[in-house]
Design a protein around this ligand. Structure first.
Ligand SMILES: Nc1ncnc2c1ncn2[C@@H]1O[C@H](COP(=O)(O)OP(=O)(O)OP(=O)(O)O)[C@@H](O)[C@H]1O
Length: 348
């Protein structure tokens, strides 16, 4: 049984999710104590509990401690990962409804399914565009295209938008099994080709996405960047608004966003997304702070080494590196000065 300290470093949900993915892939039993001890409301929240159950379903794991608020979990896989058709709904963990991020559940099971024999089709229900997690736009425009370069083939389709706090979104994920994961080398990003974006609302007037798009295009153009932001107005289970931007460099992709809320003007939401993008652009790095921690897992499972330069070395990154090393799957070196991450699989 591999013992994981959930309070280590960041002390957040990512330690749990990375451990679940790796337990499913390797078949190792794990015990995690101190789950999300670093958070104000520690223990398993609906999104985490759904991730636990999703990971358990695909490798028929026995569970102990799989309850809301639990700070201890035992996860004992009893089969190899089984490709197939699955549905996971955050509501099953929290019947009152929750905007728990489906993207984080997606990231927990994607690599195990990509390495399994056979293709999978997954339906995920919950929050699709929520703070402190990748949005579906980010998964579509940044994460999956980067994974594609590493030999992982997955596609997603948004069925319904799910915003905070109601959730209620739906996403279909198609994963090709039998992947051979290749390493990635991202030290130079090359020139910026353009910034593409989407300004969207559900159940709100059309002037809002238009104002977000105009503001973002104006700000980015004034900074000398080529930018095109589309607008979209959709129906949904609740009102919501957001703007999502992708910076497309010759060799890399990076994603940023702003989410609307009551009393925040459309312009302010666009400003938030543009500020993040412009700050990133100035660093000259190919990999944004979030992709930096998200690339670690595929890099650890690849058959070659990876090296990439990040805009910022986050505690998510260093914490994730420590979890991966604990499974003995790869050696991860983070050069804090140069902000270069090196992953050598099979040498942990
Ligand atoms: N704006 C963003 N764009 C892309 N990815 C993001 C963004 N914000 C957060 N992420 C990613 O979401 C993940 C969040 O992990 P974290 O450990 O914070 O867990 P959590 O389960 O959301 O909950 P908690 O932090 O409450 O424990 C990280 O991989 C991080 O890179």
């Amino acid at each position: 049984m591999i013992e994981i300290d959930g309070s280590y470093g960041e002390g957040g949900g990512q330690i749990l999710r990375t451990s679940l993915s790796l337990a499913a892939i390797t078949g190792h039993a794990i015990r995690i104590a101190g789950i999300r001890a670093g958070r104000p409301k520690p223990g398993l929240a609906p999104q985490h509990l759904t991730s636990v159950r999703a990971a358990a379903r695909i490798c028929q794991a026995q569970l102990r401690g799989d309850a809301l608020g639990s700070m201890m979990l035992e996860f004992i896989p009893s089969s190899s990962v089984q490709a197939g058709n699955y549905t996971f709904d955050v509501k099953e963990a929290q019947p009152m409804g929750s905007a728990g991020a489906v993207t984080l559940i997606l990231q927990t099971i994607l690599l195990p399914l990509a390495l399994a024999t056979g293709d999978s089709q997954i339906t995920l229900r919950g929050g699709t565009h929520v703070s402190f997690s990748p949005t579906i736009f980010y998964i579509q425009q940044v994460y999956l295209p980067m994974l594609q370069r590493m030999g992982i083939d997955a596609k997603i389709k948004l069925g319904a938008w799910g915003w905070h706090p109601q959730g209620g979104g739906e996403v279909k994920l198609l994963v090709s099994g039998g992947s051979q994961i290749e390493g990635i080398n991202l030290l130079q990003r090359g020139d910026l080709q353009r910034v593409r974006g989407l300004a969207v609302v559900t159940e709100l007037p059309a002037h809002i996405p238009q104002r977000m798009a105009n503001r973002a295009e104006n700000l980015l153009t004034a900074a000398g960047l080529k930018a095109a932001v589309q607008t979209l107005r959709e129906t949904g289970v609740a009102a919501g608004a957001g703007i999502f931007l992708t910076a497309e460099y010759k060799n890399s992709l990076a994603g940023f966003g702003g989410l609307g809320r009551l009393r925040l003007t459309a312009e302010k939401v666009a400003d938030m997304a543009c500020e993040q993008l412009l700050k990133f652009h100035q660093t000259g790095a190919p990999v944004d702070e979030h992709l930096g921690d998200q690339l670690l897992l595929p890099a650890a499972l690849a058959s070659q080494e990876s090296q990439y330069r990040v805009a910022e070395v986050s505690t998510h990154l260093t914490t994730n590196a420590a979890v991966i090393e604990q499974f003995g799957l790869a050696r991860v070196t983070v050069d804090e000065g140069e902000k270069i991450v090196a992953v050598v699989p099979g040498s942990g």
